[in-house]
Design a protein around this ligand. Sequence first.
Ligand code: DNO
Length: 364
Amino acid sequence: MRMTFRWYGEGNDSVSLEQIKQIPGVEGLVWALHHRAAGEVWTEEEVMDVKKQADAHGFHLDVVESINVHEDIKLGLPSRDAYIENYKTSLRNVAKVGAKVVCFNFMPVFDWTRTDLFKEMEDGSTALFYEKAKVDQMNPYDLIEQTTTSGFTMPGWEPERLKTIEQSFDAYKQVDEEALWENLGYFLAEVLPVAEEEGIKMAIHPDDPPWSVFNLPRIITGEKAIERYLSISDSPAHCLTLCSGSLGANPENDVPTMIRRFHDRIAFAHIRNVRIYENGDFIETSHRSKDGSVPIDDVVKAYHENGFTGYARPDHGRHLWNEQCRPGYGLYDRALGIMHLWGLWDAYELVKRKEEANAHVAHS
Ligand code: DNO
């Protein structure tokens, strides 16, 4: 397991590279050109600039999250070909700074969706919260308003995208789940050969939450969907970002089982916990299994027993000790999360070493 930390870039993140450097075992930055709208080319000059900053602190840039997919590609519009060409150029350019994994998602219009970015918990910390009934009844424009007034732009919710949201809603009336699968297949057939050539793994992120919101189609939602996704291509570039928190928001998703089944196609592990309530609401908790509904101990065990050598990050955290930060992306709880993940990993490692030593003694 190779630990990474998401960083939004100089002037765009409350967490500094000096701080990240002090979290044990973090070797790379999960990065993106957040000022680039979906569909635009990421230039060589811009990515080189990120590399200079990473190099100055000894971090690699192996993992990109995300190069966002333009809405016209998801909608299957004739204009998609030009955007796909841009995507290929971006892939070639990020490869120049060593990118090995590119995370992306195929969620229509919205990326991750929450109703409260700073929901107060029993202990006084705040966390990302999803109130199901609210989303079921909500006008999505209210959610946009809330996002843009929080002071930070969430990934996938860039102002450029929000402007065109109304048109997108209309356009999706013609695109059902099957059509979305078809458009995803078209995109992959184009980009996978380039990714393969560049030594990049395209790692799709599951839908968050893993069900339809605002009547828009969503397709990467659980084990069956992932099975279908993986059957699209045998290319070594065709991989997954396995997000325990996104998939784990649906109690029917057994995350450790999915890891055991798909581990050799998981290029990037997002590890975090959520507590699910009976009415379908969920809140993002600490990483500990006992604090939420996802057995994070078994999630890490599933990676460990399969000798996982891919990249991992703690994904989101709560906001602790009055930290002012991007929703879900503070320093403290993500750093605690990393130490929890290492603690589990190292304990499983120790057990394995002892078992091997015992087996050796038994044989001699
Ligand atoms: C939320 C993230 C998502 C994720 C994208 C991947 O914090 O997990 O925004 O980066 O959906 O494309």
